[in-house]
Write a protein of this length. Structure first.
Length: 297
């Protein structure tokens, strides 16, 4: 067994699993504290490294692509303070860190763990139910549905429509993006049969984030939802994509429209009209979106 204990956290490796426990130091990020202890199976690892510095070093785990729903939902955009797969190591523990790296690398070699991508999540994602308040809204997830409620800072286009409930079956993708410079971040859900190009500030399926302390916690909601969606690299998901993709130079046939689909498209037209009247969509965007809906009808 290999173990390294630091103010930033404690990492333990028993030969099969890495146990990552965040520290109680005040510098440990709110996201890592809320995420809590992580159990990372050896099969989820692509590698490990240790970087020395003058005052402190850093242990880094590299996970296989597609192994962790948190990394997938955030697109690798978690900054260093919030990344649970990094550990700050004090200079007097460099020898322990190097021993830890050797133990993990030897296990990877002995078990012949491949470093390539996987087609199923090897970590479960954050536990549910959970609820996070940040930016212009409150996002809650109970494992079956997402509920979005709006705070007083939200734009009228959102607050006037009231809270939204998104069944998991209607969600096709989720994305968390941090605030970078002058560009605000967001938590956005892509909903089946209701695509939108509206910015998160006006998108009723997105929470806009402004770069405050609690913003990274929205990544937990994104990861919890992502863990319960079909894995994008799963054979069934790839087959569905192939079936949905039209052959080259062959026009895709128009899908049959059922009565329920027709009603949904009518609702979409009304939503587009409201977005256009409120100024969210320009004349050109409204025309293009309306033509796309009419074509499906």
């Amino acid at each position: 067994m290999a173990e390294i204990i630091q103010k930033d956290g404690t990492w333990v490796f028993d030969g099969d699993t890495l146990r990552l426990t965040p520290g109680r130091d005040k510098n440990v990020s709110l996201l890592r504290r809320e995420l809590g202890e992580l159990l990372v199976p050896l099969a989820a690892l692509a590698g490990i490294s240790f970087e020395q510095g003058k005052k402190s070093g850093r242990l880094r785990l590299r996970l296989r692509d597609g192994a962790d729903p948190l990394l997938h939902a955030t697109g690798g955009r978690l900054a260093e303070p919030h990344d649970p797969y990094q550990l700050i190591v004090e200079s007097d523990r460099y020898g322990v860190a190097e021993y830890f790296v050797d133990e993990v690398r030897n296990a990877l070699l002995l078990d012949q763990v491949p470093s390539g991508p996987v087609d199923a999540y090897l970590l479960p994602g954050p536990s549910v139910p959970l609820s996070v308040s940040a930016g212009d809204g409150i996002a809650s997830f109970d494992g079956e549905r997402v509920r979005l409620e709006w705070k007083w800072q939200a734009e009228d286009a959102k607050s006037a429509a009231g809270a939204r409930t998104l069944p998991l079956a209607d969600i096709t993708a989720v994305e968390w993006q941090p605030t970078v410079g002058l560009e605000n971040g967001h938590l956005r859900f892509t909903v089946r049969a209701a695509p939108t190009k509206a910015p998160p500030k006006y998108d009723p399926n997105a929470v806009e984030l402004w770069g405050f302390k609690r913003d990274p916690l929205m990544a937990l909601v994104a990861a919890a939802v992502q863990a319960r969606l079909p894995h994008p690299a799963a054979p069934a998901a790839r087959a569905a994509l192939e079936d949905a993709r039209p052959a080259e130079d062959t026009p895709a046939p128009a899908p049959a429209t059922t009565e329920d689909d027709h009603d949904a498209l009518l609702r979409r037209l009304r939503e587009l009209g409201e977005l256009h009247r409120s100024g969210v969509l320009t004349d050109e965007e409204f025309t293009l979106a309306k033509q796309a809906v009419l074509k499906r009808m």
